[in-house]
Design a protein around this ligand. Structure first.
Ligand code: HEM
Length: 183
């Protein structure tokens, strides 16, 4: 039930997948919206507080997700799937996991390099990874933005792939969507 099997994802992977799907779209939307607001805008400060705390939550979930995959490996890709599709699917998934870890770390560094610590919803502070550093701050802003848009691109590709298997491939065996969402 909780663990993944050869043919389907278990409860834990399904739950984290669903929560992260909502959180990442929320983070991308809020991130893009607040980046356009004036730095002195109160709304920007409030959104930034939500964005940074929720980003730390995304980081924690990503660590659990990657660790869980080591303990309980993902279902095998369908035998009849073309090799190029298997390679592309694996590449897209691996890059998404990597970005789910690197984007929040770059985000934490944006805050730390200004000399501030990141608060997790006011409950505790994430240990500082580095001190004030203007050059690193600017670099991390660029990296955070570039990686966030790369993740958006990969998520779109990932969804397009799942929809293709469901609606355009002629075999039920290739419908990988039911392994994550089906009974
Ligand atoms: C998967 C998680 C995350 C996603 C998808 C994400 C996404 C984004 C996006 C799309 C932007 C707007 C970039 C721009 O257009 O300039 C942004 C800005 C920002 N994010 Fe994140 N973010 C995440 C996690 C975090 C975390 C964990 C932190 C810090 C703890 C953080 C701190 C910031 C800051 C400070 C900005 C504003 C940068 C600026 O002033 O231009 N983010 N984020």
């Amino acid at each position: 039930m909780l663990g993944n099997t050869e043919n389907r994802y278990g409860l834990l992977s399904r739950a984290i997948h669903g929560i992260m799907l909502l959180l990442i779209f929320g983070m991308l939307g809020v991130g893009m919206y607040m980046a356009d607001l004036d730095k002195t805008d109160e709304l920007r400060k409030e959104l930034l507080w939500m964005h940074t705390s929720t980003g730390v939550l995304v980081l924690m979930l990503a660590v659990v997700r990657v660790t869980w995959l080591k303990i309980s490996p993902a279902p095998r890709l369908p035998v009849m799937m073309d090799d190029w599709e298997k390679t592309l699917t694996t590449l897209v998934k691996s890059l998404m996991y990597l970005l789910m870890l690197l984007i929040p770390i770059a985000g934490i560094l944006i805050v730390n390099t200004k000399g501030d610590a990141v608060s997790f919803y006011g409950l505790f502070e994430v240990p500082m990874l580095t001190g004030e550093n203007k050059e690193l701050h600017e670099l991390m802003e660029e990296i955070h933005e570039l990686f966030a848009f790369s993740l958006l691109f990969l998520v779109i590709l990932h969804i397009a792939g799942a929809l293709k298997h469901r609606f355009f491939d002629m075999s039920k065996e290739l419908d990988v969507m039911k392994r994550m969402f089906g009974k």
